[in-house]
Design a protein around this ligand. Sequence first.
Ligand code: HEM
Length: 492
Amino acid sequence: MDPYKYRPSSAYNSPFFTTNSGAPVWNNNSSLTVGSRGPVLLEDYHLVEKLANFDRERIPERVVHARGASAKGFFEVTHDISQLTCADFLRSPGVQTPVIVRFSTVIHERGSPETLRDPRGFAVKFYTREGNFDMVGNNFPVFFVRDGMKFPDMVHALKPNPKSHIQENWRIVDFFSHHPESLHMFTFLFDDIGIPQDYRHMEGSGVNTYTLISKTGKAHYVKFHWKPTCGVKSLLEEEAIKIGGSNHSHATQDLYDSIAAGNYPEWKLFIQTIDPDHEDRFDFDPLDVTKTWPEDIIPLQPVGRLVLNKNIDNFFNENEQLAFCPSIVVPGIYYSDDKLLQTRIFSYSDTQRHRLGPNYLQLPANAPKASHHNNHYDGFMNFMHRDEEVDYFPSRYDPVRHAERYPIPSALLKGKREKSIIEKENNFKQPGERYRSFAPDRQERFIRRWIEALSDKRVTYEIRSIWISYWSQADKSLGQKLASRLNMRPSM
Ligand code: HEM
């Protein structure tokens, strides 16, 4: 026996049962009792350990995106964008990087149905040679609010009522009636694509604006988009009810079964870029997360493909313990001043230290595959084996040095401290354009969903009027239709 080779791992399973410390277990059926009828002896350490482990099997579920499914595969560069970024994993066509992807719903619990109207998470962890890059996106390209200060309230409004524990429309339309910037997101959520058919048939988007930086330090704002090669498919209400009624894990199953059958899901990655010197040229703020960048002015550029060709081995290790974080980037990709992104940079690792513990990045699914080193260590559940004698920096005994410097955006930041809103809100134009791009039957379904939401008994006249005013500002005829079906006067 090589005592140093042994680690807790199913690769080294013994052919018989043992306790966690490795002692043989000769009876895994009966508790140790006085006589055959009991009482049970507390000294049955194996029984106590078995129950204690079981009692602690669950960890806190994610505050949002609790319900998810993951799979593994690779990302392959198909187009050269090395003039835009010095990111090593994007260095040239043909380069492949291993990934793990987690799809999710947002609002409901870990075991909730996958057929609910809700955005879907689309989070990709790239295990690059320069550390991990997490692209933590959604299936819609915009978001409800543009300032992270509003995120906890927004989530509370969308989550079940704390008294009834039921998701209630009056709370949702009440909260968002204060936030006309949410209209654009609602043209996605209340559209047919508000219930994707499954995870394979939906788009993905980085949503927030990031920055690509070239070797020479030139920065470009960037938005990331995933397009499924098998097309986008959605469920209408009746289909969703039928599917959800017979299998509340249909999307997880679809993903798992497709990969097991060798029918590997694939997405193409596209980017849109804006030169920061041109950011004032638009009638919207490009860093406003409630806006899309019009593709006719800022075209999609192909970058690569994502293929999911391996199912996870263990749901707890590779789904529950997975931790994605928008602040985990690599040289060549940086944040932007997008206020919502700035808040996300803080929130994810904070919740993960709570949800998984301070050493969550040592967990195999989260740890970089590249070599890494620092003097941040110990704490609960540290399982990194270290043998250094120098755990401080700098030291004349330790050759570890700084990594090579890489470029980050060099734009000057200027402004006074303030709590304020952005200048170019432009809340109504893009939602109106999107609604007008729908075919008439699609518009009709969109209107029906709004009538249903606004018909909740607890929605007041005032709230209905505000929504009619908002939708009228996006599209006059939409406002008129809503008003007439709700027996209200159209207003502006
Ligand atoms: C300020 C705004 C936001 C805050 C504070 C926030 C916060 C969070 C938190 C706390 C989690 C749980 C993480 C965990 O426990 O591992 C989470 C998960 C997630 N968020 Fe956000 N979020 C925000 C906006 C967004 C936006 C705009 C997107 C889409 C681009 C997004 C996509 C996701 C995804 C995909 C997950 C699930 C990751 C996974 O699969 O584990 N979030 N978010």
